[in-house]
Write a protein that binds this ligand. Sequence first.
Ligand SMILES: Nc1ncnc2c1ncn2[C@@H]1O[C@H](COP(=O)(O)OP(=O)(O)OP(=O)(O)O)[C@@H](O)[C@H]1O
Length: 440
Amino acid sequence: MVLFYKYSEMFITVTSRADLARAVTQAARGLGRVWHASGVQELQDHSRGNLSCWKGLIIDFRDYPRERFRLVDQPSWLSGAVLVVAVVEESQGELLFDLARRGVRTWLPGVPDGAFLRETLEGLLREGQERPGGAFLARKFANDNARKQPRHEPSCHEEDGVLHALGGVSAAGRALQDAVRGASASGLPVVLTGESGAGKQVVAQAIHALSPRRDKPFVDVNICGVPEGLFESEFFGTVPGAYTGAVRRKGYFHSARGGTLFLDEIGDLPGTLQPKLLKAIEQGSVYSVGSDESRRVETRLICATNRNIENMVRTGRFREDLWYRIASIIIEIPPLRDRLEDIPLLASKILQALGKAEVILAPDALAALQHRRWPGNVRELKSVLERSVLIPDAPGRVREILRSRDLVFSPKITSRVWTEAAEGDYTGDLYEYERRGDHL
Ligand SMILES: Nc1ncnc2c1ncn2[C@@H]1O[C@H](COP(=O)(O)OP(=O)(O)OP(=O)(O)O)[C@@H](O)[C@H]1O
């Protein structure tokens, strides 16, 4: 009986206050069952060390905050990935920083009204998205131990984690997640199109990570980097002695055996090499340079391009038969300007990857980021954040909150500020300096 309830519950509140328990129960109507624990011990007893099937843990930090830090300090007893929402008083600003340092990025200032709370719970069900505006900064607990276990099928939480990392609050972002989920399950060859920096390689890795091939290699090849004369050796391998000084090379197809071969910039594959790739795909086997024996190709192909290959096919610059072989599924990655709502989540992932997970984007900084056109897409967003968090400390700057004035959009200005600051010309507030335009 206990087990039945355990797996049908979607949300848990940890609170000794009736207002939160009541509000969550009402807001969750029709979404899922709620279970209430009055404290950490009760939660642990009830869960028996396993929270993997729950979607959200709503922890009340208004009372007993130190006791409840145990939940976010030691996530090792969580067997999957559970999203955490912290409920705090408006006055508990310090507490927010402690929580952010522990990776909790979703918080509510007190008990919100029903519609707002329901929206939060729906957000948790949609794989824990972040909302624009800075008040909602989401973070999913990932259980490192669980990830280390080799598995052939991703668990629901691993799938959530991979898709979550792509963004997906916006309609375009959600459509992308659906496409990735479908492509990874199908095993068919995929072509990823989209502007430079939109995340084609990141999406290719996500498809691989969600596919049954996930425990096998993901081999990433940029076609532009392969010299034309070495194509066969690089792709199909070489046997020792094939020519003077030849050493054994596995070749990309063989290196990616059982896994995924990602061919970036496929639109740049020279016309002379297109038939060679087509033959390997059609025959399902390749000959290493210097070998008479063919080897089976057991690799899934994912290709990417920012060129319009359909146009190239029409004008004879790309072989039609090769195009149909590689493009069973075409996924167009939306440009960042079409998914501005995803910026809070993307920014938080990028900051984490930069080792700056403690940095919180203030609402005005998020608004500034969401009002740009981003011609360089996610790559440009990453550069702006890198410059903004890696710039030397200016006097009086609070490093853990990034405000719009701290954002360094132009690399040119930054380098001048760096140089002049290093030369001692500048000693004041960096933002004031940029705002006054002294450096221009
Ligand atoms: N969802 C994401 N989360 C975090 N970082 C991302 C995401 N998408 C893209 N990036 C970052 O943006 C940069 C560009 O991404 P990526 O190389 O995948 O783009 P691309 O479309 O393949 O670009 P190009 O066409 O120029 O090769 C990378 O540094 C990548 O880490």
